[in-house]
Design a protein around this ligand. Structure first.
Ligand SMILES: *Cc1c(COP(=O)(O)O)cnc(C)c1O
Length: 429
């Protein structure tokens, strides 16, 4: 394409496409992981967990090695591997001693599991609104949603940027609440000198195949609290069969699962963890180049990074000023897609999912909301989270950096496609 390419006819209107070949898929798995997995397979020990009070209650050698490596990396007292981060969130909510009917305040702008983990223990998710700059929980909205039944806050470090943990922890301490941090999308992001995910009572990361580092499926819980750590290990591995022999007397939520991660995954995880810093740095480098290229387009807001924070860019979030642009998001997305730029228009609002709208979860009769364990009629109506809802409906656009590995040249092409569409916004009106 010539330098005047941005003035050529839009691909949507029959012109030449800016990006002719699809970008390379993101793949962090290399020879190191192959070798590590091979060694485990050859050893014949693919898992070594026992669901009873025994030295093997804590899992085999690779589970141990990976957990100790995560503790050293993230600077936490305990790292606990689980077979998915969804499992991790369930273990975390159980471990804090949640009672049926207790309320946990959570962001609506997240993957559904952040909220489902709450419901799982028959506790009630309460959705607070988010901040327009970071897309994470707005501390003021959190405080406004606290009731006598609130037990905890579930902060989500969405897209790769930490929630405002200082403010959220202050609110939690003031009201005697626990804080769980869903940092699935932000491993390696920093918040005031500490790793995102390590500032809450319990935090953790997903190891599913979309995430920065992965083991196919998996998750890591992190905490500095000995008691919470042990309770999560119990929930991970058939708690009810272990508590008697282990001498555990607090039986609250000692309902166990099999949330155990295998030896192969942990061996791969050890290699992946060594690459995390480099992978996040590469993502950040790519995002900064993109931000520089898009900075001067009117009506387009590039990602905000708060002071003393770093972003890990699971997704590169953009905001459109629809009034200024005078074109609907769907039309802009269509034009960019025709140029070869794949963007996700919007991110679900969890409170608007059918389960919450109809309050049908366990069985058909509205449990837990309609049962007497629920203290009040919790509102999930459209309108309770205006910031998250507006983003979803009309202004947000996300570039999924977790899907493709973007070279400098790829980014320059993306910038060119945006410039072309922006130059000719008139033709889309
Ligand atoms: C990926 C993700 C999860 C779930 O993690 P899994 O390992 O897939 O179970 C939860 N919350 C957020 C914000 C996520 O991005």
């Amino acid at each position: 394409m010539s330098t005047n390419a941005t003035h050529e006819r839009l691909a949507l209107l029959g012109g030449e496409k800016t990006i002719m070949t699809p970008f390379k898929r993101y793949n962090s798995i290399g020879v190191e992981e192959v070798q590590a997995a091979k060694q485990v397979v050859e050893s014949g020990v693919l898992s070594q967990f026992l669901g009873c009070w025994d030295p093997d209650f804590y899992g085999g050698p690779k589970v141990q090695e990976f957990e100790r490596a995560c503790e050293a990396h993230f600077g936490v007292k305990h790292a606990i591997t689980v077979n998915s981060w969804t499992s991790g969130l369930i273990a975390a909510v159980g471990a804090i001693g949640i009672e049926p009917g207790d309320e946990i305040i959570v962001s609506p702008w997240t993957m559904c599991a952040s909220a489902t983990a709450i419901l799982h223990w028959n506790a009630i998710p309460v959705f607070a609104d988010i901040e327009a700059n970071t897309f994470c929980l707005n501390p003021k909205s959190v405080e406004a949603n606290i009731t006598p039944y609130t037990k905890a806050i579930m902060a989500v470090d969405i897209f790769g940027h930490s929630a405002d943990m200082e403010a959220l922890m202050a609110i939690a301490r003031k009201h005697g609440l626990k804080v769980i941090s869903d940092t699935a999308q932000a491993p390696g992001a920093m918040y005031k000198g500490k790793y995102a995910g390590t500032l809450a009572d319990i935090g953790g990361y997903s190891l599913n195949y979309h995430k920065h580092i992965h083991t196919g499926e998996g998750g890591i819980l992190v905490t500095d609290d000995d008691d919470l750590a042990e309770r999560m290990r119990l929930i991970r591995n058939h708690a009810e069969a272990v508590v008697g022999d282990k001498g555990v007397t607090d039986l609250r939520n000692m309902v166990g699962y099999n949330f155990r991660l295998g030896e192969i995954e942990c061996a791969i995880g050890i290699e992946q963890l060594k690459k995390l810093k480099t992978l996040v740095a590469a993502r950040r480098h790519a995002a900064e180049r993109l931000t520089k290229g898009l900075a001067n387009l009117p009506g387009l807001r590039t990602p905000v990074v708060m002071a003393d924070c770093t972003h890990s860019y699971y997704i590169y979030p953009l905001i459109l000023d629809i009034k200024q642009l005078g074109v609907a998001r769907a039309r802009i997305c269509e034009a960019l897609a025709a140029e070869g730029v794949g963007l996700s228009p919007g991110y679900q609002n969890v409170h608007l999912l059918p389960m919450y709208q109809q309050k049908i979860a366990y069985g058909s009769r509205g449990f837990p909301w309609t049962s007497d364990i629920c203290h009040r009629d919790v509102d999930y109506a459209k309108g309770i989270c205006p910031v998250a809802e507006e983003l979803h409906e009309s202004t947000y656009l996300g570039l999924e950096m977790c899907v493709h590995e973007l070279s400098g040249q790829d980014i320059d092409l993306i910038v060119m496609a945006f410039a072309k569409v922006w130059n000719q916004m008139e033709s889309l009106r």
